[in-house]
Structure formats: structure tokens, C-alpha cells
Design a protein around this ligand. Structure first.
Ligand code: SAM
Ligand code: SF4
Length: 333
């Protein structure tokens, strides 16, 4: 069997062809839904080196993974991350190299990212009001992110998508303005339900979580949403508006379970292969990488074996099931 055939199939018959690789747990923002204000980050010895991250990506592509998304924390704050991105862009077997970023450094780095082979870019933005943007990100500057979005548009990525987490009491009145901002620029936007990953320190998530049914209804007050039949092999369900190029995505992990089609796994920056966003099932890839007697083949065998423990689904806000204690920056969003 040629190496490019996908060898990652879990016990529910789902093929894993997508990894989200976290390159750092650190960030220059402290978004209220993602981090606490006084975060302690991992010591250097515990995080994977750039070479170790590359070896993991290589192992996955040799097992049939075609799509890698770099995330974090904020990927662009990792020292020398561009050298990793360039190497990943040249990795045989990769069809898509994508990045999720807070956009604050894109005004400097967008052209280099495009040259390095990044295909698609997701940029998080939860408010178009500078004061409110700062309140949600605790430290971020809106003008930097807006400049980053413009730089990304100029660089000519295959696709740009904005990610917005809508929360009651923070930004639920911005659904239309965020949608219009994306429509005016022919870029996509996805609304993401706030997930209960770890405890939020500034609010009770049960009170702020805003369902995507509510968001859809808010958009429908102004636009007719036409459900898209396009399959994206991801959790986003898309809609379009007549005469507009942008796609409006809805990622609804809290109110609409999408685990049936799950095609992805995550690798944390500590080298923990997380089989599910909402469960703790994982295996330790770092110990294999750092064991001198282990080979690339051992790494690949461990990844194949991990498919056995990929859970069928997550159960957010279900008392019968344990809830994740890790925050999103430790998960790799
Ligand atoms: N720093 C980058 C960014 O903000 O885009 C990449 C990492 S961030 C963890 C990835 C995505 O996760 C962002 O779009 C962010 O809004 C989202 N996110 C973080 N915590 C979340 C939570 N508790 N629920 C839902 N989405 C969350
Ligand atoms: Fe940083 Fe992204 Fe988390 Fe915000 S969502 S704190 S930008 S990692």
C-alpha cells in the first residue's frame, strides 16, 4: 500500500486526514473565553521544539493526513515559527497548510506566510469597537487586527475566514456589523459557540454562551440565509446570502453535535495527541520523540494505535460526563 493512503481510521469508521498542530500555548492576547488573566505558561523544556513539531507533521502526512492547521496559543508569537512554516509548506503530501491567528502580526507577516505556502488563514475578531475589542481580548488593539486583515487580503490567500465567538453581555449586538464587515470584503466569517473548555475567570459560561440558532436568527432579520450544500469536511455549517461571495459559517459544538463526521485530531504543544476536543483521551508523542531508541516508525505506529481510543463524541454541559479542564490555549483551538 503506498504511504499516501490514509491509514488513520478509528473504530467508528471515521478517517482522520486533518491535524491541528499547536505551536505554542503563549499569546499576546488574553481573550476572556480562552484564558484567565494571570496565565502561567509551560516551561520551555516541556514544549516541543520546532524540529519535533516538524517530525510529528511528517509522521502524520506519511500516514495520509493532507491538511494541517497551525494554531495555539498564538502561532505568530513563537520565535522562528516562520522556519517551521516554510518546512511544512514544502512537506510532500500536504494539500493544505492553514493558520489560525489573532491577526495582530499579520500586517508584518502576511506576504511571508503566503510565500511559505500557507493556503488559508482564519483570523479571530469578536468586535469592531476598539474599547470592546480590548475588553474581550483584555490587551489586544483592534486597529492592529484590522490592518492584519487588510494585509492578508492583499497577500492573496486562497481563503480568509474571520472567526467570531458571540457571547451574551459582551458582543451579541455585533452579529450584523461583523457579518457586514465580512460581506463588504468578500471574505468568510464563522460564528463559534463558546465552549466550556476550562473555567472562564471573568464570567459564568452558562450565562454568556449564545447559541448559533440565535445568531442565525439575528442575521435573518437583515438577510435571507441560504443553506449551502457545500461539504467542507469540518464542523462548520455554511450559509450564503444572494449576490454575496462570502460564506457565513456556524460552528455549534454546544448546541449541535457534529462528531459523526469528525475527521481531525489535535496535537498540543507538549506533544499530547488529543483524540477529541471535548474529551481527555490522548497519547504522549513527546516521550516517543525524546526516546533515543525510538524511530519514526514507532511514532507512526503509536499514532495508528491511538485511533482505537478516539471517542465517539463530546458531551458539553452533561453532568453524566466529565468536562474538559484544559483551557483552549492548551488545547490548540
Ligand atoms: N490565537 C489564535 C486565534 O485566536 O485565532 C489561535 C488560537 S485560538 C485558541 C483558536 C480559536 O479558538 C479562536 O478563533 C478563538 O476565538 C477560539 N476559542 C478560544 N477559546 C474558545 C472557547 N472557549 N470556545 C469557543 N472558541 C474558543
Ligand atoms: Fe490568544 Fe487566540 Fe486564545 Fe485569544 S483566542 S487568548 S488570541 S490564543
Amino acid at each position: 500500500m503506498p504511504e499516501s493512503v490514509n491509514k488513520l481510521v478509528d473504530k467508528f469508521g471515521r478517517h482522520v486526514d486533518y491535524i491541528r498542530l499547536s505551536v505554542t500555548d503563549r499569546c499576546d492576547f488574553r481573550c476572556v473565553y480562552c484564558m484567565t488573566e494571570d496565565m502561567t505558561f509551560l516551561p520551555r523544556t516541556q514544549i516541543l521544539t520546532l524540529e519535533e513539531l516538524y517530525q510529528i507533521a511528517k509522521a502524520f502526512t506519511e500516514l495520509g493526513v493532507k491538511k494541517i492547521r497551525l494554531t495555539g496559543g498564538e502561532p505568530m508569537v513563537r520565535t522562528d515559527v516562520m522556519t517551521l512554516i516554510e518546512k511544512l509548506g514544502a512537506l510532500p503530501g500536504i494539500e493544505e497548510l492553514n493558520l489560525t491567528t489573532n491577526g495582530a502580526q499579520l500586517d508584518k507577516h502576511a506576504p511571508a506566510l503566503k510565500r511559505a505556502g500557507v493556503n488559508r488563514i482564519n483570523i479571530s475578531i469578536d468586535s469592531l469597537n476598539a474599547g470592546r475589542f480590548k475588553k474581550i481580548s483584555r490587551v489586544g488593539k483592534l486597529e492592529k487586527v484590522l490592518a492584519g486583515i487588510e494585509a492578508a487580503r492583499e497577500a492573496g490567500f486562497d481563503r480568509i475566514r474571520l472567526n467570531s465567538v458571540i457571547m451574551r453581555g459582551y458582543n451579541e449586538d455585533e452579529v450584523i456589523s461583523l457579518t457586514d464587515y465580512a460581506l463588504d470584503r468578500d471574505i468568510d466569517i464563522a460564528f463559534i459557540e463558546e465552549m466550556p473548555l476550562g473555567e472562564a475567570s471573568d464570567h459564568d459560561r452558562k450565562e454568556t454562551t449564545c447559541s448559533n440558532d440565535w445568531v442565525k436568527n439575528a442575521i435573518s432579520q437583515k438577510y435571507e440565509l441560504i443553506n449551502s450544500t457545500e461539504q467542507t469536511a469540518g464542523p462548520s455549517r455554511y450559509a450564503q446570502i444572494a449576490g454575496k461571495k462570502s460564506r457565513i459559517g456556524f460552528i455549534s459544538p454546544v448546541t449541535h453535535n457534529f462528531c459523526e463526521d469528525c475527521n481531525r485530531v489535535r496535537v498540543t504543544v507538549e506533544g499530547r495527541l488529543l483524540l477529541c476536543l471535548g474529551n481527555e483521551h490522548s497519547i504522549d508523542l513527546r516521550s516517543i520523540l525524546r526516546d533515543e531508541s525510538s524511530s519514526m516508525d514507532d511514532l507512526k505506529q503509536a499514532i495508528i494505535a491511538s485511533m482505537e481510543i478516539k471517542p465517539e463524541r463530546h458531551y458539553f454541559y452533561d453532568k453524566e460526563h466529565a468536562q474538559p479542564v484544559r483551557l483552549m490555549n492548551m488545547t490548540g483551538g
